[in-house]
Design a binder for this molecule. Structure first.
Ligand code: SDX
Length: 418
């Protein structure tokens, strides 16, 4: 039964179609609103606006539910690998053993970056932020894989693009780290799986399985997250028929911001500041609540989750496991747990439904794995790349795909004369 919504504009009332999602979400379709009424809608930050129809990821922010193609994130984190989840979000299915083996070998074949990309990475100052170098290297790949510049990629080209970018970004990320450390790059080790190979290219030694497993779980937890800021950026850039490299590079840039993926670095810096300040977090909570103070509790709050971010729960539990396995004592974990408890029992945070998000605890594990703070957001990008590619592919394949071009409400001067 098709549903409609009535919009009463005073001088007229119109019926607008209602779309129902497979998880029961309801949306008023305003595609014809301006043509029928001359009105547009206004939605600061687009928190109430659906930009697309998507089969990839579903989030219920009130219940703290995250699913990829119908599988809960808890189920995926416990039972699948990053490569399996990457295939799930991009291709739409948990890969068979044959599909997984094929993806592994294709990624291995694509884990060597062009010499020109190495030169671009080396051209940056050693203290340049890794996200800027990573974004530059990603868009520079367009100069080395010209057959993938056309957005109207064939199905074979889309199949080729996935392992290519998975392999290239893994090696770029490791090379960017080595550059920052003033060390030579290490070539991919074809004997190792995706996550172990990344760690090998970072440190030059095969990681123990606990370390590799911990990183793999973190990458799974970051794989996709529906229309977040960076995924929306990938879609907007791709909607102009810009190529995949340009679209993913733009996603990396959007992720860099401290309100988005950059928060994982900002959380560690905040926890460190609390530690340096004697470990008392009450002062920081007071700053976060002070309207006059721009400081925010990093790793807290979310546009969609008004309950616990399910990823934060998995990571928090995993922190204890990883630190114990690695025999790492990190006072920042105790500070984080105390900060969380105090914030969650404070009316300011409870009233605004501000809970820890994916970034609140992830840095504790990255740090325990020996990854430096300024690489945390690159790790987020490594995890999110399959999601960005899945969103890009879904967008270019969508029937009636159009360039994204929102309207505005003009509030400037009128009728000026020189
Ligand atoms: C990610 O979208 C995604 O899915 C993103 C992500 C993904 O996987 O792609 O989940 C990854 O980006 C997680 C979020 C990481 N960012 C941070 O941790 C930065 C700190 N958080 C905030 O800046 C904020 O919570 C946002 C940016 C995450 C969400 O901002 P919104 O939805 O625009 O919320 P808002 O600014 O309208 O806040 C509502 C109220 C305000 O107070 P009032 O004006 O109502 O009095 O809550 C307050 C805000 O001041 N508030 C906070 C706060 N977050 C919101 N106050 C103190 N500390 C905070 N962290």
């Amino acid at each position: 039964m098709s549903k409609t919504a009535k919009l009463d504009l005073g001088d007229k009332t119109i019926d607008l179609p209602v779309i129902e999602g497979t998880e029961g979400e309801m949306a008023v379709d305003i595609s014809k609103l301006r043509a029928q009424t001359g009105y547009i809608t206004y939605d600061n930050g687009l928190g109430n606006t659906g930009s697309c129809l998507s089969d990839i990821t579903y989030i219920d922010g009130e219940k703290g539910i995250l699913k990829h193609r119908g599988y809960t994130i808890e189920n995926l984190a416990a039972k699948s690998t990053f490569l399996e989840v990457s295939h799930l979000v991009y291709a739409g299915n948990i890969p068979s053993k044959e599909e997984c083996d094929a993806l592994k070998s294709q990624i291995k074949e694509n884990s060597k970056i062009p010499e020109g990309i190495k030169s671009i990475i080396k051209s940056f100052p050693k203290d340049a932020h890794p996200m800027g170098i990573t974004s530059a290297a990603m868009v520079a790949l367009s100069g080395f894989y010209p057959d993938l510049l056309d957005q109207d990629l064939t199905d074979d080209q889309k199949k080729k693009a996935f392992p290519l970018l998975m392999g290239q970004l893994k090696t770029i990320a490791a090379a960017v780290y080595r550059h920052g450390q003033g060390k030579d790059f290490i070539e991919s080790n074809p004997k190792l799986d995706y996550t172990s190979d990344f760690l090998y290219m970072m440190n030059g030694e095969e990681p123990n399985e606990d370390v590799a497993k911990a990183l793999d779980v973190l990458l799974v937890l970051h794989a996709d997250h529906e229309q977040n800021c960076s995924a929306s950026t990938v879609r907007v850039v791709g909607s102009s028929k810009a190529n995949l490299f340009a679209s993913i590079s733009a996603g990396i840039d959007a992720l860099w911001g401290p309100l988005h993926g950059g928060a994982n670095q900002a959380v560690l810096e905040m926890l460190d500041a609390i530690k340096q300040d004697g470990g008392g977090y009450e002062k920081f909570i007071a700053k976060a609540k002070d309207k006059e103070d721009p400081f925010r509790l990093m790793g807290f709050g979310h546009r969609v989750y008004k309950n616990f971010d399910p990823r934060a729960k998995v990571i928090k539990d995993y922190c204890d496991v990883v630190l114990e396995k690695l025999d790492v004592q990190d006072p920042l974990l105790d500070i984080a747990k105390g900060l969380e408890q105090t914030a969650l029992s404070d009316e300011y945070f409870a009233q605004r439904k501000l809970f820890p998000n994916v970034d609140f605890y992830s840095g504790i594990i990255y740090k325990a794995l020996g990854i430096p703070t300024n690489m945390f957001t690159v790790m987020f990008a490594l995890g999110r790349q399959p999601g960005w590619m899945a969103q890009w592919k879904e967008m270019i394949e969508a029937p009636g795909m159009r360039i994204t071009r929102p309207r505005q409400v003009y509030t400037g001067k009128t009728d000026e004369e020189l």
